[in-house]
Design a protein around this ligand. Structure first.
Ligand code: NDP
Length: 332
């Protein structure tokens, strides 16, 4: 495969141009483009340029507003409601997260209810931003059904990711961000595209039989990680991103979606906790003792370190396949 070396700014610029050419305004286009560039930079390729055709499809179908003006309302001293105005999540998050951090720093905790929005990105950027301000961050979202509950062979849950970030003294935050499916759908799509097989336990075919063929899983159903334990986390996420904030469950998102290939409408639940307000003497130093013990065990690594390592080498340029660039140019 032929690759082109691009800088972060060149990726932002290419993605922005593509979104502008398809009707998004500058603010919405650059926010989505930054989210794509962060994913490319950190080696999260399933949420980089790979998502751009879906974003464009939902602009073209008129499902998503490329001119959304997100707003933030403070509902109580510890709750903000971020209304995405029928747009993509990245701009709403860029506007809402500073407010969430501000209330958490006053009260110790901030809950963010992100609604009226279309989420198609990884979650680590939002929790990393929260942790960069010294707060503990948590986020989760849903999608359309593709994952079966424990014991079932028909989908009800989205791949329902959740992310957690812990701020560290003199170090980058510890961040994990994971789907509650055994594998993220984007990874299965990439395996299908590239002709790879998958491990057992990722999904079932359309007849409900176990399979390692990514195409058969995409036609069938995905499985939660860890059997009923992952499935129970997926239930928790459905309740946090739908019932409690007044947004769609995955099954409702599917019923209302126009299936244009872009993201469905759904909510995101965000939490920021300021450790300074919880009465511990020095939670940061205490946590570092834990991390030291954790890393002393052979075979361990910090969650997030793969991305940070990619980020470190990205300053020398980010490889983007020539085919990807051609596809994007064809969208303009
Ligand atoms: P992975 O299984 O690749 O990784 C999950 C997490 O585990 C990452 O934080 C990863 O860190 C960490 N990790 C991996 N290996 C180790 C290890 N050996 N020790 C410690 N930590 C480790 O991610 P998923 O495939 O589950 O999810 C991919 C992405 O898809 C996520 O960013 C998620 O937000 C996104 N997604 C978005 C959806 C949406 O609707 N918006 C829907 C579903 C998923 P590291 O990154 O450093 O490897």
């Amino acid at each position: 495969m032929n690759y082109v070396r691009m800088t972060f700014d060149q990726i932002v610029s290419l993605a922005t141009d593509c979104l502008l050419a398809n009707g998004a305004n500058e603010g919405n286009a650059t926010a989505v483009a930054r989210s794509i560039a962060k994913a490319e930079r950190d080696g999260s390729s399933s949420h980089g340029f790979f998502r751009l055709p879906g974003y464009i499809a939902s602009l073209k179908s008129g499902k998503v507003s490329g001119n959304a003006k997100p707003t933030v309302s403070t509902l109580t001293s510890s709750v903000v409601r971020i209304d995405g105005d029928n747009g993509y999540a990245p701009l709403a998050l860029e506007i809402g997260i500073p407010e969430l951090i501000a209330i958490a720093s006053k009260t110790g905790v901030g809950i963010g209810a992100l609604v009226n929005v279309y989420h198609f990105a990884a979650l680590w950027p939002e929790v990393e931003t929260i942790a960069d301000s010294g707060m503990v961050g948590f986020a989760c979202t849903a999608f359309k059904p593709s994952v079966a509950p424990a014991g079932a062979s028909r989908p009800l849950f989205g791949t329902n990711p959740m992310a957690f970030a812990w701020p560290r003294k003199n170090n980058r935050p510890m961040v994990f961000d994971m789907a509650t499916a055994a594998m993220a759908r984007g990874e299965i799509q990439i395996a299908a595209r590239d002709g790879h097989t998958l491990p057992q336990g990722v999904g079932l075919d359309a007849s409900g039989n176990p399979t390692t063929d990514p195409k058969a899983i995409l036609d069938g159903v995905m499985l939660p990680f860890g059997g009923y334990k992952g499935a129970n986390l997926a239930i928790m996420i459905e309740l946090l991103v739908a019932a409690i904030i007044g947004e769609n469950f995955s099954f409702e998102a599917e019923e209302k979606d126009n299936n244009d290939g872009g993201p469905p409408r759904g909510g995101e639940f965000l939490l920021a906790i300021d450790p300074r307000h919880l009465g511990a003497d020095d939670s940061s130093t205490h946590a570092e003792a834990f991390f030291e013990r954790y890393l002393s065990l052979s075979g361990t690594r910090m969650p997030g370190d793969r991305r940070y390592a990619n980020r470190d080498i990205a300053s020398d340029g980010i490889n983007v396949s020539q085919t990807t660039i051609e596809k994007i140019n064809n969208l303009m």
